[in-house]
Design a protein around this ligand. Structure first.
Ligand code: CDP
Ligand code: ZN
Length: 158
């Protein structure tokens, strides 16, 4: 059996007047993430990890932010497309692990719903999906609440 590891990293700016969507869950907060799609930074990092493991490039290559088709699109829809690409290469998903870096809000109470969304879309058990949150101890752009970053790793097999 062949195993393939992939990593992903993404950052989006926090701004007023946008909903905050992480892992397909809308989180009540005074600001949201700016982007062409719904700016779900967690799902973006995850998609880049999956594409990376399969040597399929990155989300910018598959879903250009200049393409009006992807304006305001749900990142879970894009994750569905990435899952299809992974299927076409006959890969199975062993596990995914995602870290969200946000000073605020605390994501802890939303993690179960996020895991459900991702497990359903990737057609894997929830036990194969881990999500965690961390602050940056008020340091840097995350600490100043100017943006949220996410980092993901995945393992594929075939
Ligand atoms: O070093 P550590 O990440 O444990 O400490 P922290 O950044 O102060 O965060 C404490 C805990 O709060 C984390 O372990 C997470 O369980 C949770 N947390 C969260 O749910 N959402 C965040 N945006 C940040 C932290
Ligand atoms: Zn992104």
């Amino acid at each position: 059996m062949e195993s393939r590891v992939g990593t992903g990293f993404d950052v989006h700016q926090l701004t007023e007047g946008r909903p905050l969507i992480l892992g397909g869950v809308e989180i009540p907060f005074e600001k949201g993430l700016l982007g062409h799609s719904d700016a779900d930074v967690l799902v973006h990092a995850l998609m880049d990890a999956l594409l990376g493991a399969a040597a399929l490039g990155d989300i910018g290559g598959h879903f250009p932010d200049t393409d009006p088709a992807y304006k305001g699109v749900s990142s879970m829809k894009l994750l569905e497309k990435v899952k299809k690409l992974i299927d076409e290469e006959f890969y199975g998903i062993s596990n995914v692990d995602i870290t969200v870096m946000a000073q605020r809000p605390k994501i802890k109470s939303y993690i179960n719903d996020m895991r459900k969304n991702i497990a359903r879309t990737l057609e894997i058990e929830e036990s194969r999906v881990n999500i965690k949150g961390t602050t940056t101890e008020k340091l840097g752009f995350v600490g100043r609440e100017e943006g949220i970053a996410a980092q993901a790793v995945c393992l594929l097999y075939r």
